[in-house]
Design a protein around this ligand. Structure first.
Ligand code: NAD
Ligand code: WQD
Length: 332
């Protein structure tokens, strides 16, 4: 039977693509977003593409009453909690805003769920909780230890939901630790549109591809990696959001709390990603090597075996396709 899923922060990059995947899989979607880092447009496009109505409530995910009413009014049966501030560097400058927004939205959402009798919860966590990993690929059993306030909010919320699930066996809770989502829906009509200067590599490459910037600054080529540039596990956004559908659908059979990596299990360097975009777009992407960025690590790749076997989910799209789809969404 289809679920009615409240996606907090559902107007954002991952949320809007998740709405598409949920609807396509036969679920209904309700969104609460305050549009601090998004606009309603992406969800309008999702409605057009799917022909389905999405209930969009403009409001703050720290507002327990608003969330509770939204859940009751729409007979919500599961929640995916994405509302968060997500810029690592900014979180170092403004820790109070990050701890405040990210912890308060999570606690308010859980509080409202308990009041409304909704017990299925999926949390947008991050590979950032692994900090500087001892080895790669990283299994879920690896030690965690975030190295910045943003990452600490993910780590703290994971602790809160683990303890909550242990306190009352009605809860069914999953943390999804995302690696590096890139790309866009195949139509190119739902884009990643960061407000202000992009922090992440793919949006930065796209701004060079579209001519908005001259070159990509590559943060170090003296890392202990094959070509000296940082290696990450880039995952196509559509693969990532299909992982959310699998996680929501699996909750019925799950007891308590569990955690899954969502990644491809393949490492790609900064230079390899630039080359993939050049091949996909036929455009030259100039770059210049500069100093390492504070807090960066050499390598971060997932062992996705657990999600593959337990959730029955696998990535099917390549970096070449993600590069093509990212470009389509930017050039459209
Ligand atoms: P995004 O900024 O595009 O989406 C987050 C959404 O949350 C935005 O629409 C924003 O307006 C909303 N929001 C923030 N605070 C809110 C509040 N108090 N009330 C209501 N809405 C609020 O980011 P995204 O890339 O789509 O990320 C979604 C989730 O996934 C976040 O929790 C993020 O931390 C997590 N995540 C993202 C990545 C990534 O690389 N994009 C990686 C790992 C985890
Ligand atoms: C990727 C690689 C950079 C920009 C961050 C967060 C993480 C998660 C995803 C939310 C690195 C290099 C980047 C640039 C560059 N977000 N780079 N020039 O750092 O793996 O992860 O986003 O949870 O928490 O930390 O992603 O895209 O910023 O960087 O050379 O202009 O690209 O050094 O090697 P990262 P990223």
């Amino acid at each position: 039977m289809g679920e009615t899923v409240l996606v907090t922060g559902g107007a954002g990059y991952i949320g809007s693509h998740t709405a598409y995947a949920l609807i396509t899989a036969g679920h209904k979607v309700v969104v609460v977003d305050n549009f601090v880092n998004s606009k309603p447009d992406a969800l309008n496009v999702v409605s057009e593409l799917t022909g389905a109505e999405i209930v969009v409530v403009e409001g703050d995910a720290r507002d327990v009453k608003l969330l509770e009413h939204t859940m009751r009014d729409n007979e919500v049966t599961a929640v995916i909690h994405m509302a968060a501030l997500k810029a690592v560097g900014e979180s170092v400058e403004m820790p109070l805003e990050y701890y405040g927004n990210n912890l308060e939205t999570a606690i308010a959402t859980l509080d409202a769920m308990r009041n409304a009798g909704v017990w299925k919860f999926v949390f947008s966590s991050s590979a950032t909780v692994y900090g500087d990993p001892e080895s790669c690929p990283i299994p879920e059993t690896a030690a965690i230890g975030a190295t910045n306030p943003y990452g600490m909010t993910k780590e703290m919320i994971e602790v809160i939901i683990r303890d909550l699930a242990a306190s009352d066996d009605r809860w069914k809770i999953t943390s999804l630790r995302y690696f590096n989502p890139v790309g866009a829906h195949e139509s190119g009509r739902i884009a990643e549109a960061p407000v202000g200067k992009p922090n992440n590599l793919m949006p930065m490459i796209m701004e060079v591809a579209t001519g908005k910037r001259d070159k990509v600054m590559v943060f170090g080529n003296d890392w202990p990696t094959p070509d000296g540039t940082g290696v990450r596990d880039y995952i196509h956004i559509m693969d990532l959001v299909e992982g959310h559908v699998a996680a929501v659908e699996h909750l019925e059979q799950q007891d308590g709390y569990d955690v899954y990596n969502l990644g491809q299990g393949k490492g790609v360097s900064v230079l390899e990603l630039i080359a993939a975009v050049e091949a996909a777009t036929g455009k030259e992407i100039p770059y210049e090597v500069t100093d390492r960025r504070a807090g960066d690590i050499a390598e971060c790749t997932a062992d996705p075996t657990k999600a593959n076997t337990v959730l029955g989910w696998k990535t099917t799209r390549t970096i070449a396709q993600a590069s093509q789809d990212a470009w389509n969404s930017q050039s459209a």
